[in-house]
Design a protein around this ligand. Structure first.
Ligand code: GCU
Length: 839
């Protein structure tokens, strides 16, 4: 065993940048390779270079060379040698190889491994490619068992939605500019596009919409159609079809018509013509994605037409070409929601807007429904619309993009969150109606054919794809769950970890444990009990800002006042939302006694003193959960440190940086939310932590030179509500804040809370009695890889920690800050922490 580990460690020397994600094909140790039975050649039953079967042959060759260090030749004719043979059922039959596979569904495959004979049989070419990836995934995990089984997808639609803008930016993008667009055109270099398609094929994603749902009509210009064809060509060999988002008003804004009324003849003719032209460029275009009448986007309601009139307009245009229309259920009116009305509720919108339309949609329309009724929050009940569409095809919309979930700067493993929805039984008409296995599979309402999954993904030019190595488990997990929603979330993680970081047990156990702890921790230190994430909903959706949720028409309300909190969504007294569920489920949420604690404030408005099923009051639960969540992620850097030397240095360092950052930002969250509700309710923390920080020295109470005290917005983004900022102009003299320490002599961790904004790289030095303890630069915009904020607020608040500092009683601690750009070296506090204290 030791020898094995040593060998494994030796092969880690080469730096890895994450580009290959879970398809690294890293070589197994020699003694493990010896246990493998390797076929003597590869037969790919298609010799056309752009066919997925041909690609599967190449991929098998590359993978077997990488993993087992064995070079195999590829042929395209069946032969007698014990080979790995990949092809479609039809190709197997044509070449006279007798196979006995059970019935396969679209994209399904059969995998049989017997000694040196491996058969990979796809229902179609795509399925054959998926089977090849499955075999390689087994080899890469040193799983050499003999198997013979078929697998079929749970649903036909397994798509990605990129929210890429044509100028190359990405809406909610945290990993660099678009790989699809640049300067208002499609990119001409499609290298990354093809690499992305390969990753998607390996997780059995079969379609991608490449432009933002807030769509630019210019995507339909002649030049862009040609560009689109090139993208489709790059992705087609991997079995990934391309689709586009449409802007409903295109006939007017691009076509020059004086209307975009979906029932107007000239509008219908315009869309028909443009769609035909699109299919001339991309004959297998997957179809269209449409966001209409939502958040200011144009739509059929503008002309008093129905949503189905709008969807069917496109459905008819793509029908002759075999395309489909994904019509989003995310329809609501952010102009007219009024919090003063107790009955107003954005959560009601989808079911209300789609009321009466169930039999009105053409059969190639799929209504795409966000998992919850609001917007990708840290916890939501499932959208009740899943229970209402019995005739219309439906798909779920998940979000790999961590928009409200730490924006890839926090580790949050999402499959456990998605599972709360996929595993939910909606009990439609009193019968089992589990969202994943019954509804999205199409079985419950006999909708075989068109149902499935879409995930919003913000892959960008960053070499790691998502900006964070660990965030990639969410993309991988999405593919696995769309194929089979019953697959266990831990199993997904373990496979992903072995493929991404190798076979070491400590690596697998550590990453699995941290990942499984991450979503509960994130929920703990952000928004609890179903109150939503409590982030800045009018800003970047990242750091804490609970008061931004209320007093606006966005409808993500908490209705928090000095005494009580929560949305009353009951039928008897509230917005009536609970009544949108089928009777059995409605009854559970209508009654405060049966509503689970973790959705209490989603459905009920209660005093802060309301006692939960766990015996705590709502407010004490808030306080405790925030401490618990921050404590959990405070262990992440140390857990990760155990992997030093067990994985490559580059990914080790980059991940260590993010986890350390997360531990600091979780404390920002903890304190902001607790201070906010403490101040609002006036109720003390029973454990006397909130607002009391015995190891903390506020910057505003230190001796200041060149620093001035300022307030911040929101107030809870600073400890003690105030910060200090340098008076000096960028780059000139430094400002300092100093204090004589009164703690008993000993070894401490010294944390400095400061703010790191966009457009500025202030530099800092920390001294103890004029001896330098350390220095750092406010350059998170470079290291996190995107723009968070230009202000001193909950998004920019962060910490630098120096561990194991020997402090003597009476020592003078001094922070020197040098402003840069708009970053005036802002400081919040210094914490001198005894071992084990997180504060
Ligand atoms: C959220 C998100 C927007 C996005 C919208 C949508 O509100 O913040 O950026 O456009 O959802 O899903 O359409």
């Amino acid at each position: 065993m030791r020898g094995l580990l040593l060998l494994a460690a030796l092969s880690l020397a080469a730096a890895e940048d994450g580009l290959d994600a879970w398809l690294r094909y890293a070589q197994l140790p020699q003694d493990v390779i010896k246990q493998a039975t390797v076929p003597s050649g590869i037969v790919a039953l298609n010799s056309t270079e752009t066919s997925p079967v041909y690609v599967a042959g190449k991929e098998l060759q590359k993978g077997i060379k990488g993993i087992l260090d064995k070079s195999l030749n590829i042929t395209h004719e069946a032969n007698r040698s014990p080979s790995v043979v990949v092809g479609t059922i039809a190709a197997f039959n044509d070449s006279g190889i007798s196979i006995e596979t059970p019935e396969l569904e679209e994209d399904g495959f059969w995998l049989s491994i017997k000694g040196e004979k491996v058969e990979i049989v796809g229902q179609n070419e795509r399925g054959a490619l998926y089977g090849a990836f499955e075999y390689l995934s087994m080899l890469a995990q040193a799983n050499f068992t003999e198997v013979a089984y078929a697998t079929n997808p749970s649903a036909v639609i397994r798509w990605i939605n990129q929210w890429d803008n044509m100028d190359g930016t990405i809406e909610r993008g945290y990993a660099g500019p678009s790989i699809f667009f640049k300067n208002n055109a499609l990119v001409s270099n499609v290298t990354r596009v093809a690499q992305y398609a390969r990753l998607l094929a390996s997780i059995r994603v079969n379609g991608i919409v490449i432009n933002n749902v807030n769509a630019n009509a210019q995507i339909l210009s002649d030049a862009n159609m040609a560009g689109l064809a090139k993208i489709a060509d790059a992705m087609r060999p991997w079995g990934v079809k391309v689709g586009i988002s449409l802007n409903f008003a295109s006939p007017q804004t691009l076509g020059g018509l004086n209307t975009f009324d979906p029932l107007d003849k000239s509008v219908i003719a315009w869309w028909t013509k443009i769609t035909d032209k699109l299919y001339d460029h991309v004959p297998d275009l997957a179809g269209f994605l449409v966001k209409a009448n939502s958040e200011g986007q144009p739509g059929p309601l503008t002309y008093g037409r129905t949503l189905s009139d709008g969807a069917n307009l496109f459905a008819k245009a793509v029908k002759p070409h075999g395309g489909i229309v994904m019509f989003r259920a995310f329809v609501y009116d952010n102009q007219h929601l009024n919090e003063k009305s107790w009955k107003d509720d954005r959560a009601n919108a989808a079911v209300e807007f789609f009321q009466g339309l169930d039999d009105k949609f053409d059969d190639n329309v799929v209504v795409q429904i966000k998992y919850g009724p609001i917007d990708f929050q840290v916890r939501e009940p499932p959208s009740p619309l899943f229970a209402h569409l019995k005739q219309t095809a439906s798909a779920i919309e998940l979000q790999v993009t961590q928009e409200y979930l730490g924006q890839q700067c926090h580790l949050v493993y999402l499959p456990p969150l998605w599972k709360t929805i996929l595993d939910f039984d909606l009990r439609v008409d009193g019968e089992k109606s589990v969202i994943g296995t019954d509804i999205l599979s199409g079985k419950r309402f006999n909708k075989k054919g068109l149902t499935g999954y879409a995930a919003v993904v913000n892959v960008g030019q960053n070499v790691t794809w998502l900006g964070s190595h660990l965030a990639m488990s969410n993309l991988y997990g999405y593919g696995r769950l769309a194929w089979d929603p019953t697959v266990n979330e831990v199993e997904i993680l373990e496979d992903w970890t072995r493929l991404t970081f190798g076979l070491d047990d400590t690596v697998r156990e550590t990453i699995t444990r941290m990942s499984m702890e991450s979503w509960p921790a994130y929920e703990n230190y952000t928004g609890n009990l179903g109150i939503q994430t409590l982030t800045d909903i009018t800003g970047p959706h990242y750091g804490p800002n609970p008061q931004s949720m209320d007093n606006n028409a966005w409808g993500q309300w908490t209705r928090a006042d000095a005494f009580s909190i929560g949305m009353d969504r009951t039928v008897k007294n509230g917005t009536g939302f609970a009544g949108q569920y089928p009777a059995e489920v409605a009854a559970v949420f209508e009654d405060i006694e049966t509503t689970p604690d973790d959705l209490l404030l989603w459905f009920h408005h209660v005093p802060y003193t309301h006692v939960l099923k766990n015996g705590k009051t709502v407010i004490q639960h808030f306080y405790d959960a925030h401490y618990a969540g921050a404590e959990t992620v405070a262990t992440f850097p140390a857990q990760w440190a155990q992997l030093d030397g067990l994985i490559d240095q580059q990914r080790f360092d980059e991940t260590a940086f993010r986890l350390t950052y997360q531990a600091g930002h979780a404390i920002v969250w903890r304190d902001a939310i607790n201070d906010f509700y403490h101040s609002l309710s006036g109720i003390a923390d029973a454990r006397a932590r909130v607002g009391k920080h015995p190891w903390r020295i506020e910057a505003e109470s230190m001796a200041l030179r060149g620093y001035r005290v300022t307030s911040v917005t929101p107030f809870e983004a600073a400890s003690g509500r105030r910060v200090v900022q340098s008076d000096s102009v960028s780059g000139t003299t430094s400002a300092s804040a100093s204090v004589k320490l009164t703690f008993a002599a000993g070894r401490y961790d010294v944390a400095v809370a400061y703010y790191d904004m966009y457009e500025g790289r202030a530099s800092y030095e920390l001294y103890l009695n004029d001896a330098k303890v350390g220095s750092w630069v406010g350059d998170n915009e470079d290291r996190l890889g995107y723009t968070v904020t230009r202000a001193v607020d909950g998004h920019s608040a962060t910490r630098a920690t120096f561990r194991g500092v020997d402090v003597g009683e009476g020592d003078v601690l001094r922070v020197e800050g040098r402003a840069d750009g708009r970053e005036m070296a802002p400081l919040d506090y210094v914490a001198v922490l005894p071992p084990g204290v997180v504060d």
